[in-house]
Design a protein around this ligand. Structure first.
Ligand code: KG4
Ligand code: ZN
Length: 337
């Protein structure tokens, strides 16, 4: 009988310290997420130095808790997977140094994981039968792209953003409206009480390719808020959120669906924090159904940062790609896909 592969995964690229034990790249035995949201809120965003310090404070306990909850003994683990990029350099180093020390002391292989590939791999946990090829929308705080996932280890980049990422645009609009950090979920929450009654540009909607641009949309929101304020008129934040959210999300949905249809793929997957947006989830589900496409939609907690996805991608790197790092592995803040 084939032996199960147990991976201890560590993620610390931004403001969440996470650890997880994942079996065979598909089954989550435990997941621990220690969020720093409350710490960074008063600064209106993530302060990198504070993030690194808090990762260092939290990491031992988070890893211990993940091991304890899983019921797996540390010696039974086959490999340690860790995010080494992209992300904040100090934050990455906190998790990476811990993972290296643990791998060295236990004589276990160290598996380097690309954070964005991790987001994509969250789909293998959501759907245990999912196999490439499929079309994947990546929409996070730093990335927006449509990728054709050809195999577990290769993909084709069909298009991406020319400027801001989708999540970044949500966060910037939240800031303009004076909403607390983290902005994306706040915009999404307020949008539920709003009307899409403000004219905003739909970026590159007519563009036949799969590219995006969010800077024009963001500027249009800034201009609208300034004009209203200068005229002494009220800014209905809920309406701004709803109008912005529709414009930002509609184009993501339309282009992902058309990429799948044009590539004759029957499955769509979603990766990254913006995937936790309710309007995107509903609209993508509606359009997938209309077009006879299967939609894989990771749970919201699996769309935002977690270590389970790092365990899923760690398994792929370990088993399908033979990718084992040595102790010289360094953090790569701007690691590409
Ligand atoms: O994937 P993620 O957790 O971290 C990165 O790898 O960047 O994505 C974070 C981004 C942030 O920009 C955040 O505002 C956005 O995802 N986000 C959302 C929602 N939840 C998180 N955007 C819109 N609606 C949400 N519900
Ligand atoms: Zn992320």
């Amino acid at each position: 009988m084939k032996k199960d592969i147990l991976i201890l995964a560590i993620e610390s690229s931004c403001d969440e310290t996470c650890a997880s034990i994942v079996k065979n790249g598909r089954e989550v035995l435990s997941s621990v997420i220690s969020s720093q949201i409350a710490i960074h809120r008063r600064f209106g965003g993530v302060v990198p130095e504070i993030a690194s310090r808090n990762h260092t404070l939290a990491i031992t306990q988070v890893v211990e808790e993940a091991i304890e909850k899983s019921g797996v003994k540390l010696e039974e683990i086959d490999a340690i997977a860790v995010t080494y990029g992209a992300g904040l350099v100090g934050a990455l180093l906190a998790g990476l140094s811990f993972a290296k020390a643990l791998a060295y002391s236990l004589s276990k292989p160290l598996i380097p994981v690309n954070h964005i590939r991790g987001h994509i791999a969250a789909n293998y946990i959501e759907d245990k039968e999912l196999k490439p090829p499929f079309m994947c929308l990546v929409a996070s705080g730093g990335h927006t792209a449509i990728l054709k996932i050809d195999s577990y280890t290769s993909h084709e980049f069909l298009g991406g953003t020319f400027d801001d990422a989708a999540g970044e645009a949500f966060d910037k609009v939240a800031k303009i409206l004076g909403l607390p950090y983290p902005g994306g979920p706040e915009v999404s929450r307020l949008a539920k009480d709003g009307e899409a009654n403000i004219q905003l540009p739909k970026m590159l909607k007519g563009d036949k390719g799969y590219n995006f641009s969010y800077s024009g949309l963001k500027t249009a929101v800034i201009n609208y808020v300034h004009t209203q304020t200068q005229k002494g008129m009220e800014v209905n934040k809920a309406d701004v959120c709803k109008s912005f959210q529709n414009a930002a999300v509609d184009v993501l949905v339309e282009k992902t669906i058309s990429a799948a249809l044009n590539s004759r793929l029957d499955t769509i997957a979603i990766a990254g924090g913006v995937g936790a947006n309710d309007y995107l989830r509903e609209k993508m589900a509606e359009f997938a159904l209309k077009n006879n496409l299967k939609l894989v939609l990771p749970e919201k907690i699996m769309c935002t940062d977690n270590a389970c996805m790092i365990g899923a991608e760690g398994y792929i790197q370990f088993v399908h790609n033979n990718n084992v790092a040595d102790l010289t592995l360094n953090a790569c803040p701007s690691l590409k896909l």
